[in-house]
Ligand binder design. Structure first.
Ligand code: IDP
Ligand code: MG
Length: 144
């Protein structure tokens, strides 16, 4: 008997800039087209406490306060996505942090740009490791 394929989960956030621009469907389309499965999704405006926890690794950095302000500026779509190697796979779909230089073909590279403010507005978040994914999923979806 062969082992079942190892699956994992990641937390994806469609950030307020992407929700405002009507790109929620496009982000989910790319996730599903890649063959990943949606486990849970919720549209909500996050409060500062949740966002400060979510971005705890960046506390104290110069961009932390503007980042929390931006992330709370409107609804985000929080999504738990499942699939083999989905943590790494979604990060590749998203592209590198700065949209101006993110590769074409990626969400940030195709749909994002520098609006002259900062690289804060880059459309999506994806957990960066198994530990981060477990922590973030527990934070956004405590019932899972
Ligand atoms: P990631 O989202 O690609 O993992 P991180 O370095 O974890 O990037 O940063 C978290 C988020 O903080 C980024 O997605 C972006 O929104 C914002 N950010 C990162 N670096 C900067 C910066 O230098 N200036 C402004 N915002 C930044
Ligand atoms: Mg990160």
């Amino acid at each position: 008997m062969t082992d079942a394929p190892k699956t994992e989960r990641t937390l994806v956030l469609v950030k307020p800039d992407a929700v405002r621009r009507g790109l929620t469907g496009e982000v989910l389309r790319r996730v599903e087209a890649k063959g990943y499965t949606l486990v849970a999704a919720e549209l909500r405006t996050a409060d500062d406490a949740l966002l400060a926890e979510h971005y705890a690794e960046h506390a104290g950095k110069g961009f932390f306060a503007p980042l929390v302000e931006f992330m709370g500026s409107g609804p985000v779509l929080a999504v738990v996505v499942e699939g083999h190697r989905v943590i790494e796979g979604f990060r590749v779909l998203a592209g590198t942090t700065e949209p101006t230089t993110a590769a074409p073909g990626t969400i940030r590279g195709d749909l994002g740009r520098d609006w002259g403010l900062s690289v804060t507005q880059n459309l999506v978040h994806g957990s960066d490791s198994a530990e981060s994914a477990a922590r973030e999923i527990a934070l956004w979806f405590p019932s899972l």
